[in-house]
Design a protein around this ligand. Structure first.
Ligand SMILES: CC(C)(COP(=O)(O)OP(=O)(O)OC[C@H]1O[C@@H](n2cnc3c(N)ncnc32)[C@H](O)[C@@H]1OP(=O)(O)O)[C@@H](O)C(=O)NCCC(=O)NCCS
Length: 228
């Protein structure tokens, strides 16, 4: 499971890993985990979720170990108020920021120096009630544009573009889904450049954030959001 670099904006690295780890790969990656992470892995009741957490954290440590030129197992990770991992211990002041997302067999990592980053990747699922989800959770103007401004066959890709950009933004901020999805708007139609459009979130300015599409395997959609 070798991370492969995918095109990224200047100053940010994007790493993608696709596939299912063999047992020996998984046990190597597990060997990099901290005691806390191993305890967290053991607490998963569903085997797939446990395996995915081990692989995700092991790969994250490998990528951060390269960025910091240190032993991946020695890296200390800490979590923000809403669970966003960041570097702790002797690397807390390194200026390196990162974020992780996984869906299906794809793991995506963003690493930057000094810019808050968030990533999201989603495997497109057939038969999702995208109209109902958009109407319930997105900003009203986003739901309206999703339903009215594009042919219905574009609705599913448009929905996933909107969803991944919104979630990547909330992961860059670190609040995740504790922030409501209808409090801000992003672009998502195919002919619109990726961008934040508007926000009602106190203290937030949409111009402070850049939004990027990420090239991922067929069947997936991904986005990166970075603070300017
Ligand atoms: C962040 C969040 C949107 C991720 O959703 P998801 O679709 O299940 O998962 P993704 O694949 O996109 O991302 C998972 C990774 O995001 C990172 N992450 C976790 N919380 C995060 C946060 N608040 N902000 C940014 N990144 C976060 C972790 O690295 C995690 O990977 P891990 O399982 O290896 O630790 C969701 O977990 C969330 O909203 N969390 C905040 C609210 C919450 O539940 N907090 C409880 C913990 S205090």
């Amino acid at each position: 499971m070798q991370p492969r670099a995918v095109p990224a904006p200047p100053g940010i690295e994007l790493w993608l890993v696709e596939g299912i780890a063999t047992e020996s790969e998984r046990s190597l990656l597990q060997g990099l985990l901290s005691e806390d992470e191993r305890a967290r892995a053991s607490a998963f009741k569903v085997e797939d979720a446990r395996a995915s957490f081990i692989v995700s954290r092991g790969l994250l440590r490998t990528i951060l170990g390269d960025a910091l030129a240190c032993d991946p197992a020695s890296i200390r990770l800490q979590e923000g108020e809403h669970g966003k991992p960041s570097l702790g211990g002797m690397h807390a002041q390194s200026g390196i920021e990162f974020n992780v997302a996984h869906s299906g067999d794809v793991f995506l990592y963003a690493v930057s120096r000094g810019r808050a980053v968030g990533v999201d990747v989603e495997r497109k699922k057939e038969g999702m009630a995208v109209e109902a989800i958009a109407q319930r959770y997105f900003a009203p103007e986003e739901a309206r544009r999703l339903l009215e401004q594009a042919p219905s066959e574009q609705r599913v890709p448009n929905f996933y573009r909107c969803w991944t950009r919104k979630e990547a933004y909330l992961k860059a901020k670190g609040t995740g889904l504790t922030t409501k999805l209808d409090e801000f708007e992003v672009t998502f139609l195919p002919d619109e450049p990726p961008a934040m459009l508007r926000t009602e979130i106190v203290g937030e300015d949409p111009h402070d954030w850049q939004v990027f599409d990420v090239a991922v395997p067929e069947g997936y959609v991904a986005a990166l959001v970075a603070r300017r």
